[in-house]
Design a protein around this ligand. Structure first.
Ligand code: GLN
Length: 463
């Protein structure tokens, strides 16, 4: 099969299904077929393909820039903006010969857990069109689950790769902070934002991980260290032997708010890991109970600063510029019209938390909690190799169910946020269907910074 055939099949699938799903904000038919033809020509001429994934189609979350292609981050304020440059992730995808099909829907500026905060309408979960596909990267996860694309890219600030992966029955990986470049990733919370691979199998995710990862001088927080050997670890894990691997079960991630069907699936997953030879240890991390409040101070604080750049002058939308209004008035009118309610809420919370007189009480306390969480991870990882939990407390909820209750929405990331605060890595692998509602459940596997290969090994054995 040629890459053109594979690409065309996926474009057809998108044309057939996306009216119902709304996973894509932009489909680049021409660009995708051109890239596919180039790969086919290379193969026909006997040239070695650029990577094992050359010619394979991919869906790119609309928060990463792609030169000349509309990039909105799910916001009206960026409508019509065509970035003049590729994100490092995008550049690496192109260099690997990967075919970028288009840009996927997401919660505005990656703020959300359901893709309902997109300015371009919600995405539906392919398993049940009345339910959410997770968020913020719901477009990418829905595209995978609906077979619109075999690979996708997401970004995970508090769970936006892993949580959509879990609720759509796909694999989502948040690599160690600093190991995939943030250059060209539209910033939400810079100390937490991390791009990563999404796929339907652990091996596909690992292959993609090695394409996009690595040191980048264009990102000041990029780690100058060799990328963890995730493909090799996946092949090792696929042998199905986990003897000698110590797996910690985080006791905080159960109880109130967790669906019984999710907990039963998790217990079955832990039994399976034990059968594969892993040693199971219970681990208590009391500070994880404060991860959610700490995150909802730190992330909005950084967002309030990062989003100041949308000032009606530099990008996209400009409202009320009739020649009589001041710069401040145009800026204010543009931000009023261009940002949705959740983004405004975060800007207000963040601005408040950072203001003089409140900084120590809010932002300062949150940073202290962040340190405690990091230490508890370090402590835990002296006793075990990986930690496991359900990825999300519940399966995919109904569209509209949590839109008027931001705190209920925030709770979707209860289990994923600690890894972001600590800068560690985390992965979600499908863990069957809930016996309550028949919807997919995810198993989260977490490892220390730069030990991404550990979680791939366990995930591949479990898969
Ligand atoms: N749901 C979380 C939030 O709204 C995480 C989002 C993300 O990881 N981008 O902030």
């Amino acid at each position: 099969t040629t890459s053109v055939e594979v690409t065309q099949a996926h474009l057809d699938r998108i044309a057939e299904t996306d009216g119902k799903l709304n996973a894509f904000l932009h489909v680049d038919t021409e660009g995708a077929l051109a890239q596919a033809r180039k790969v086919d020509e290379d193969v026909a001429a006997g040239r070695t393909p650029a990577s094992p994934l050359a010619g394979v189609p991919l869906a790119l979350k609309d928060v990463l820039t792609q030169e000349g292609i509309p990039t909105t981050a799910g916001s009206k304020i960026l409508e019509g903006w065509r970035p003049p440059y590729d994100a490092t992730v995008t550049r690496k995808l192109k260099e690997a010969g990967i075919v970028i099909l288009g840009k996927t829907n997401m919660d505005e500026f990656a703020m959300g857990s359901s893709t309902e905060n997109s300015a371009y309408g919600p995405t539906a979960n392919p398993w049940d069109l009345t339910r959410i596909p997770g968020g913020s990267g719901g477009g990418s996860s829905a595209a995978l689950a609906a077979h619109q694309a075999p690979l996708a890219i997401g970004t995970d600030t508090g769970g936006s790769i892993r949580q959509p992966g879990a609720v759509t029955g796909t694999v989502g990986v948040k690599p160690t902070y600093g190991t995939v470049s943030r250059y060209g990733l539209i910033a939400f919370s810079s100390s937490l934002d991390q791009a990563g691979p999404c796929a339907r199998t652990v091996l596909d995710a690992a292959l993609l991980h090695e394409v996009i990862g690595g040191y980048d001088p264009m990102d000041s927080t990029s780690i100058n260290a060799p990328l963890p050997p995730v493909v090799a670890a996946t092949r090792e894990g696929a042998q199905g032997d986990l003897s000698g691997v110590r797996v910690g079960v985080v006791t905080q991630f159960s109880g109130e708010g967790y669906q019984p069907g999710v907990l039963r699936s998790f217990e079955a997953a832990v039994s399976q890991l034990k059968e594969l030879g892993a040693e199971i240890v219970e681990i208590s991390c009391p500070s994880f109970d404060y991860a959610l409040p700490a995150y909802y101070l730190i992330a909005p604080s950084e967002a309030s600063s990062n989003l100041a750049r949308f000032d009606a002058m530099r990008y996209g939308l400009r409202v009320g510029d009739d020649g009589n209004r001041s710069t401040e008035e145009v800026m204010s009118l543009t931000r009023e019209a261009g940002f949705g309610p959740e983004v405004k809420r975060r800007i207000m919370i963040g601005t408040y938390a950072l203001s003089a007189g409140y900084y120590d009480a809010y932002y300062g306390s949150a940073q202290k909690v962040r340190t405690l969480i990091t230490r508890e991870f370090e402590q835990a990882f002296t006793k075990v190799d990986v930690l496991v939990s359900p990825t999300t407390p519940t399966t995919a909820f109904k569209i509209g169910e949590r839109t008027n209750d931001p705190v209920a929405m925030y709770k979707a990331d209860l289990c994923t946020i600690p890894s972001n605060l600590a800068g560690n890595c985390g992965l979600s692998v499908p863990s069957g269907l809930s016996d309550e509602d028949g919807m997919p459940v995810g198993l989260q596997i977490m490892a220390p910074a730069l030990q991404d290969h550990r979680m791939y090994r366990v995930a591949a054995a479990y898969e």
